[in-house]
Design a protein. Structure first.
Length: 221
């Protein structure tokens, strides 16, 4: 697998609370140089990045991040503003409390609201697998499919664990034919990158790809 094969599946990511404009700008320059699938950045940086890079970057941002327990209306407004500012891809975090309470219809309704708000933009749904049972994950595969999202995503990178191969295999058995998989969190080696891609992940969320493949210093996830 070539570096180019890997880079085109990478959401080059910097989501730390202490991320500076200098760090974000460097991340974006790397994303352009290595032709990553997108740069994944905090919502507050979407507008300045879009303006600085003259609308040529594919910008991904996060909604309800990282805990997911925001009100659905707040998530919808976040989504609307992010798209207005220049985001092309939305990674939303579900309300994990709703999972624990067995309130799956509410999760479905929320994803549908964000799907409607994001219109023709790419929508990825973060389910934060480290907190879930396999039964929860299976039900959420069904819900993400029913709601019409584009991707199911393993993790925020801020939970107790990140992507694991067993979850990718589980997803593949239970998502619909039009749903893709994004793995994120804890993917730190070239072997990891290749393994998750070969397992069927269309996107990898990581800050490490440029450092691993091009010898640059990682910005941090």
């Amino acid at each position: 697998m070539t570096n180019e094969d890997i880079f085109r599946r990478i959401d080059h990511t910097l989501l730390k609370a202490v991320s500076s404009w200098t760090e974000i700008k460097t991340l974006c320059e790397e994303g352009l140089a290595f032709k990553t699938a997108s740069v994944c950045i905090p919502p507050s940086y979407v507008k300045p990045v879009n303006e600085t890079f003259s609308h040529i970057l594919n910008i991904c941002t996060v909604i309800g991040f990282p805990l997911g327990y925001n009100d659905s209306a707040a998530k919808a407004l976040e989504t609307e503003l992010a798209i207005r500012d220049g985001a092309s891809e939305i990674d939303m975090v579900i309300n994990i409390g709703d999972v624990k309470n067995g309130n799956f219809p509410r999760i479905l309704d929320e994803i549908r609201i964000i799907r409607e708000t994001s219109e023709n933009k790419i929508l990825k749904v973060i389910i934060e697998t480290c907190y879930l049972t396999d039964d929860d994950k299976i039900r959420l595969c069904e819900i993400v499919t029913e709601a019409g999202a584009d991707f199911i995503k393993t993790s925020t990178g801020f939970g107790t664990a990140g992507a694991v191969m067993a979850d990718i295999e589980l997803f593949k058995k239970h998502i619909g034919p039009n749903i893709k998989i994004k793995a994120a969190g804890g993917i730190k080696t070239r072997e990891d990158l290749e393994a998750f891609i070969l397992a069927g992940c269309d996107r990898i969320g990581t800050s490490s790809a440029v450092a691993l493949l091009a010898g640059k210093s990682a910005s941090g996830y």
